[in-house]
Each structure stands twice: as C-alpha cells, then as structure tokens.
Design a protein around this ligand. Structure first.
Ligand code: CO8
Length: 376
C-alpha cells in the first residue's frame, strides 16, 4: 500500500461580498412590502405578519459578518432574493466547473503538478448543478486530465468523505494523484425570505490534491494519517429538491415550495451535532494512539462560531487558544463542504514540520468526518 499526502490546496472566492447590514436591509424591505401588501388579511388574523431581521442577532447567534456570493444584485433585490445565474449552453463550461477549475489551478500550482500528473477527479459538494453528466467529468475535460471522474454528495461533509475516497484510491495504487474539489453555490439553495436562515450561507470552492507520498515534491505537504467518518439519519437539515419533484406535481406544494430549499431546525442541529463531533474526533485520535493535546490545529467545519467554540472546549477541556481552531466563517459564512478546507488552505503555512492537525466536517445527514494530518 502506498502512503498518501495532501500536496496542494486551492481556493476560489467570488468577487462580491454581502455584509450583514446589506442582507438585513434587503430582507427588511421585503418584510415591509409583504406586510403592506397583506395588511388587511393580517388585520383579520388570516395572515401572519412577518418580523424583521437584525445584524446584531446574526453576528451574535452565528459569528457571521459577511459572505462571498456568486451574484450579489439578484440576492439583494427584495423583489427577487435569488442569485441571478444566466443559463449557459451545453457547449459552455458550467459555473460549478468554472469555480472548480479556478480552485484546482491553485492547488495544482501549490503541488507543483500539471493535469498530466492527475489520474482522477472527485467533485464532492452539497449542491450539484445537474444529474448528469457528472460535473467531475466536465472538470476533467476542462483541465485536460486523463483517467476517471465522479461526483459525490454528503452535504457539509462532502470534502472529508471525498478526501477518504481520494486517499483510498492513491493508497491502493488506483491513481498517482486525485484532484478532490468542492464547488459550493449555497446561495442557489438558500431561502433568502426565511428570517431564521437567510444569513447562513455563502459561495466558494476549494480543491485538494491527494498524491502518492513518494511522488510529492511540494513545499507544504501533509501526511494523511487516518480518516474516520460517521453518519446518522436526521431530518433536522433537509432539502427535498430532486428528480421526483416532477412526478409529485399533483401534490399541492410544487417545485417552488420552501421545502425544496434549505430547511433546518438550527437549535436541534446545534445540540445534537456538537457532542457527536467532539466524541468522533476524540475516539479517532485515541484509535491512533494520539492525545488531543498533541493536536496543534483543528480545521473545523465553518457553520457557526459558537458551535466551533463549544466543540473545541469539549475536546480540549478549555477554550481554544487563538489560532488553534481558525475561524473563516466571519467573512465566508457557511460554505458547506468548502468551509473546513478554506480554514486548512489559509492556516497551514505557519505549522512546523511534524505538527498534527485535524480537519473535521459536520452537517446534514447527519454526516461527520475527521481526518488526521501531520505536516511533513
Ligand atoms: N434576526 C433577528 N432575530 C432572529 C432572527 C433574525 N434573522 N432569526 C431568528 N431570530 C430570533 C428567533 O425568532 C428567536 O426569538 P425568540 O427567542 O423570541 O423565540 C431568537 O432569535 C433565537 O432563535 P434561534 O433559537 O433560532 O437562534 P439560535 O441561537 O439557535 O441561532 C442558528 C440560530 C444560527 C441557526 C443556530 O441554531 C445554528 O447555527 N445552528 C446550527 C446550524 C448548523 O450548523 N447547520 C448545519 C447546516 S449546513 C449543512 O449541513 C449543509 C447543508 C447543505 C448546504 C445547503 C446550502 C443552502
């Protein structure tokens, strides 16, 4: 069996960002318009008046200050509140492919590799553009990579699950190197008219090169010491969009219904997922004869600052020191599977050789992943 390393990471960040104040201004304009248009029915008690959102609540409850987005104007237009992403012809590269290529090019450059060195592409993300052909095969074609490509979706945990799949392929000799890429347009599935969740997500794409250790030549490398995954069924984070919606049209809801977008019981998710994550990471380290105290960095999934503080406290028995569990969600919000990889990408260069880190994701499914890395 070969040893596998992460030999390069890459990040694509959209050009535009939306602050909490901008988002709340648009939401509150929608609320005022809705309440004015429905004033009579609200007065009769037939329709419930909508309540305004607040920047102070968003930052206090989540730690999010702003989010990068693929399209700012469409989201902030109170008449629309959906990103505007023009349809492309089948002859053009799709938008997920375009984001993936941008992140992949940085990862390839950091790994010191070209398309000719890669034998497979895994697109692992929450929000796939279409059923087929697989976006991974499109990315493969756009970059000129030989071999194979496939898509996988494990919601927020797609990247850690994708890393395990990539590591397996490299260890077993099925590929010299795999490009694992996470293009997330979360704003396409977010209900910007829902006060409870309109602030949660942003857009980004990350890429990771998993390579055979004996072929890797880059400056920054991480041994993939071990990975551990767990899933447990829950409806507390759900999106019912799918190919059967067309067949369900006799139902009263239709494809535009709120359940075809992101829906969650945020409080329940918080309470149920935090202990599961801390337990999984602690058990994973113990199985590898490692102590939590040996870990220099936790690159945690970036959904909610309070969740990450709690998980770090449960693991360490104290508050995390600055830099021990880096935060990027303040400027990116939740970018689903890309979040923990953005933290890894931005906070790896300063680690000394031999330092241990844990990359961990958690989200819908529930799905949780832990990947132990050692800086070479
Ligand atoms: N402005 C002002 N007040 C508000 C707002 C708002 N926008 N929203 C809610 N409130 C009010 C509520 O009405 C409530 O008032 P009251 O106390 O009077 O009833 C009060 O604030 C508290 O509300 P909550 O209990 O809902 O607030 P929380 O403190 O629990 O914070 C969070 C809400 C931030 C959602 C928090 O629960 C959380 O982060 N939970 C975890 C969420 C999480 O990690 N989910 C993972 C989802 S990601 C994933 O798995 C990937 C899915 C695939 C991607 C999909 C792309 C779209």
């Amino acid at each position: 069996m070969h040893k596998a390393v992460i030999s390069g990471t890459g990040l694509y960040t959209p050009a535009n960002s939306i602050s909490n104040d901008e988002l709340v201004e648009s939401f509150n304009a929608y609320v005022q318009q809705f309440n004015a248009a429905n004033a009579a029915a609200i007065g009769r008690g037939e329709v419930e008046a909508l309540t305004e959102s607040s920047s102070a609540f968003i930052e206090r409850a989540s730690g999010i200050k702003s989010r990068f987005v693929i399209d700012k104007d469409g989201i902030l237009d109170p008449q629309r509140m959906v990103p505007r992403i023009p349809e492309r012809s089948n002859e053009q590269w799709g938008i997920l492919c375009e984001m993936a290529v941008a992140a992949a090019q940085e990862a390839l450059a950091r790994a010191g590799k070209t398309a000719a060195d890669i034998d497979g592409v895994i697109v692992a993300c929450s929000n796939l553009q279409r059923a087929y052909p697989a976006v991974a095969i499109e990315v493969q074609a756009a970059l000129g990579i030989q071999g194979f490509g496939y898509d996988m979706n494990v919601a927020c945990s797609s990247a850690t699950f994708g890393l395990q799949a990539a590591t397996n392929a490299v260890q077993l000799g099925q590929a010299r190197a795999i490009l694992m890429v996470n293009p997330e347009i979360c704003t396409g599935h977010l209900n910007f008219r829902d006060r409870d969740s309109h602030f949660i997500f942003g857009d980004a794409c990350t890429a990771v090169i998993v390579e055979r250790a004996d072929l890797a030549t880059s400056v920054q490398q991480f041994d993939i010491v071990s990975s551990k995954l767990i899933t447990q069924f829950s409806n507390n984070i759900r999106n019912n969009l799918g190919f059967l919606n067309r067949a369900e049209q006799e139902g009263e809801k239709g494809m535009a219904a709120a359940d075809k977008l992101f829906v969650q019981e945020g409080r329940k998710v918080f309470k149920e997922v935090c202990p599961m994550v801390a337990e999984l990471i602690a058990a994973h380290l113990a199985e590898n004869q490692l102590n939590v105290g040996d870990v220099k960095r936790f690159w945690l999934h970036q959904a909610n600052l309070n969740m990450n503080l709690l998980i770090a406290r449960k693991l360490l028995g104290r508050d995390a020191e600055p830099g021990e569990a880096p935060v990027i969600l303040d400027s990116y919000a939740n970018t689903s599977s890309a979040g923990s990889v953005i933290a890894l990408h931005k906070h790896q260069d300063d680690l000394p050789s031999g330092a241990l880190g844990v990359l961990s994701s958690f989200g819908a499914g529930y799905s949780i992943g832990s990947v132990i890395l050692r800086k070479r």
